[in-house]
Design a protein around this ligand. Structure first.
Ligand code: 11C
Length: 342
């Protein structure tokens, strides 16, 4: 069976990755509609031997569409209900519907059972959350987790194409001894901007409750929803680093019972979509430079935290545009196709 597919935000970083994955994974599509904002309408995208003209996304764009992959950021809220009305299943990469109790929030390796409860919209979690829960789930299946302390090292591509250009421009300017401009990071709409080149920015998105950022609170709330366990204590610090692609995370967990690092490694190695890269004697551990453009989440530096009864430290790295965004959404669509849910 083949499906009519629409991609919203087709010209952006995640939209482009959707196209790559559809080709790479041979996703069974019939018609393909590429949608974007008015600004990008008319652009021509060459894909699998054909030229597609990008159309301005409107509610009626979703007529005859069965699967709508949304990477359209803030336009999701307005257009998703229209797409559902036309009979499409929307897999939405924005944060608009993630915490809606009617909307499943899904990582297919972790909670595929939630997909069946959808009412038209399925939400794709935040990239940092997806990468972390991939490493938590195999451990959680064996021993419950009491508390998580996570610190992230997030690549500039998480903030979009402009942030990638900003890092390049700043490094180029610095090396040429020219003045540095900062217009995008920590966030384009924020009142102040700071240099990311040769720097770290301990702010991703706006500040919300109790001086945490929105990105930090997404990691808390989304992890609770995906694992369907609201008893886990979770605290996060999210940091932007001058890396182009792949988010890295230092994850400290306190378990309900004993689990040795060796057992944790075995559980992680046996989990689909996770690769253990952990050999301190040979200096083997995951690094963002080498996990980029890969589908798997890589885990290393797995060791006991002996300062608490059942503590474990891990270093988790994954391509946030692939598994953290586009790949996860395509996997949801594949799961639905395989299980005849569309
Ligand atoms: C970042 N995690 O790296 C963000 C980008 O809720 O999907 C993705 C935001 C989201 O800046």
């Amino acid at each position: 069976k083949k499906y009519n597919v629409a991609i919203l935000g087709a010209t952006g970083a995640v939209g482009q990755e959707f196209l790559k994955l559809i080709e790479e994974r041979n996703f069974p599509f019939n018609e393909l509609k590429l949608l974007a904002s008015e600004r990008s309408a008319g652009k021509v995208i060459h894909f699998m031997g054909k030229d597609y003209i990008v159309e301005a996304a409107k509610p009626e764009s979703f007529k005859d569409v069965q699967i709508a992959l949304f990477a359209g950021g803030s336009t999701s809220k307005a257009l998703a209900p229209a797409a559902v009305k036309h009979g499409a299943v929307v897999i939405d990469n924005s944060s608009a519907f993630r915490m809606d109790p009617e909307v499943p929030l899904v990582v297919p390796e972790v909670n595929p059972e939630a997909i069946r409860q959808h009412k038209g919209i399925i939400a794709n979690p935040n990239c940092s959350t997806i990468i972390m829960v991939m490493a938590l789930k195999p451990i959680y299946n064996a021993v419950k987790i009491k508390r998580i302390v996570v610190s992230t090292y997030q690549a500039v591509s998480g903030a979009g194409k402009e942030a990638i250009d900003e890092l390049t421009n700043q490094v180029t300017a610095l090396l040429a001894d020219r003045p540095v401009e900062a217009n995008i990071l920590p966030g384009a709409s924020l009142p102040k901007h700071y240099q990311i080149a040769f720097n770290l920015l301990p702010q991703i998105d706006v500040f919300v409750d109790d001086d945490y950022t929105k990105e930090e609170m997404k990691m808390v709330h989304e992890t609770h929803k995906i694992l369907n366990d609201y008893t886990i204590g979770i605290t996060a610090t999210t940091v932007r680093v001058p890396v182009y692609r792949s988010h890295a995370e230092s994850v400290n967990i306190e378990l309900d019972g004993p689990l040795s690092p060796k057992e944790a490694k075995q559980l992680l190695a046996g989990f689909p979509g996770v690769i253990v890269q952990d050999d301190p004697a040979e200096m083997v551990y995951p690094m963002p430079l080498y996990t980029s453009d890969k589908n798997e989440v890589f885990v290393g530096r797995i060791r006991a935290d002996k300062t608490v009864p059942h503590g474990l430290n891990m270093w988790v790295v994954g391509d946030q545009i692939r598994k953290g965004a586009a790949l996860n959404a395509v996997q949801i669509a594949e799961y639905m196709a395989e299980h005849n849910l569309i």
